[in-house]
Design a protein around this ligand. Structure first.
Ligand code: CAA
Ligand code: NAD
Length: 306
């Protein structure tokens, strides 16, 4: 019997990532034909946002995504699809009170803005409020898990759970252990990842873990190629889709992830590792971000969206 049984999960932040994490957790155990679910069916989720208006938007985006999943799973039996949506939504409870939301939690997954000071403040408050047995995880793309955990008194019960966008579709979960993450915590994270249908890989607490350490320099090199005038963004995208089999080209992917996110990652890594030319920030990206052109989410990035 595992030391940690995870039944109640609190997700803090209901943006692009947190809404997907809440959704796949609440779905666990129901969509057995979509993913291989082996344990802990029927988890309850508390999803925390900054205010009721944002919470409403989050709930609406979960409903849209669930409809896409249901359409695929239950194309021959729409009434079962309706039931699946209602049951999944019924397992997700919204909250605007992070401290109250962790009092019954077995696991807390943080997916708020990528800012170390704001994450520190949040985790200090959560650490004081949550039971000692509650496991904490961050979904950070680029920050050090050890540094985030440093403000808590549960460094042994803290690790990284790094999901990929769009969470309901991307099958990977990176499980990050710091030197202080206990073996029991690590095992509980691996079992939980499997229970929500993800394929888990393990990585040390290094910048970008596996995927982003490879993907971010690749996307940045594509932008450098475009800034030099070697090829257009559209042609670079076409080249990587048709010549390398990627589902999206690097400019489409930058716009999809959010230019603010990629820019923030590069700036943070450049500050820490100024000698690495792969992490040099990008002029065209900095300009787009300063103009509020953040990619798909704002309607414009390297491309325009209707
Ligand atoms: N919720 C539920 N289902 C969704 C969905 C969502 N948000 N988004 C897409 N889908 C489903 C669609 O319903 C569709 O289902 P069917 O196959 O049954 O029709 C399927 O996924 C494919 O979607 P689309 O037909 O709309 O479009 P597509 O074939 O172009 O695929 C994509 C879309 C899955 C996003 C694909 O383009 C892709 O894999 N892109 C690369 C994404 C990627 O690299 N993500 C990682 C980014 S890095 C990151 O996340 C880490 C970080 O820290 C920054
Ligand atoms: P986002 O901006 O879409 O969502 C963040 C949400 O957190 C917002 O809705 C905001 O209102 C909420 N929030 C901020 N402070 C909060 C607080 N104190 N309490 C509760 N909610 C709060 O960002 P995102 O893209 O979902 O990224 C979230 C985290 O996930 C970041 O650490 C990011 O690096 C990481 N991540 C992002 C991606 C990606 O592709 N965008 C992929 C993997 C990991």
């Amino acid at each position: 019997m595992a030391k940690y049984a995870i039944k109640n999960v609190t997700v803090i932040g209901g943006g692009l990532m947190g809404s997907g994490i809440a959704q796949v957790t609440a779905q666990a155990g129901q969509n057995v034909t979509l993913v291989e679910v082996t344990a802990q069916a029927g988890q309850n989720v508390t999803l925390v946002e900054v205010n009721a208006d944002v919470l409403k938007k989050t709930e609406a985006s979960i409903a849209t995504s669930l409809a896409r999943v249901a359409k695929k799973l239950y194309k021959d039996k729409p009434s079962d699809g309706e039931k699946f949506i209602a049951e999944t939504r019924g397992r997700i409870k919204g909250s605007t009170d992070p401290v109250e939301s962790v009092k019954q939690a077995d696991l807390v997954v943080e997916a708020i803005i990528e800012n170390i000071d704001i994450k520190h403040k949040l985790f200090k408050d959560l650490d004081a409020a949550a039971p000692p047995s509650t496991l904490f995880a961050s979904n950070t793309s680029s920050l050090s898990i050890g540094e985030i955990a440093s403000v808590t008194n549960r460094k042994d019960r803290f690790g990284g759970l790094h999901f990929f966008n769009p969470v309901p579709v991307m099958k990977l979960l990176e499980v990050i252990r710091t030197p202080e993450t206990s073996e029991e915590t690590y095992q509980a994270f691996m079992a939980w990842g499997k229970s929500i249908g993800k394929v888990c890989i393990t990585c040390k607490d290094t910048p970008g873990f596996v995927v982003n350490r490879l993907l971010v320099p690749y996307m940045a090199e594509a932008v450098r190629m475009y800034e030099r005038g070697d090829a257009s963004a559209r042609d670079i995208d076409t080249a990587m889709k048709l010549g390398a089999g990627y589902p999206m080209g690097p400019f489409e992917l930058n716009d999809y992830v959010g230019l603010d996110t990629t820019n923030f990652i590069l700036e943070g890594w450049h500050k820490k590792m100024p000698d690495n030319p792969l992490f040099e920030p990008l002029e065209s990206m900095k300009k787009l971000v300063s103009e509020g052109k953040l990619g798909m989410k704002s309607g414009e990035g390297y491309y325009k969206y209707d």
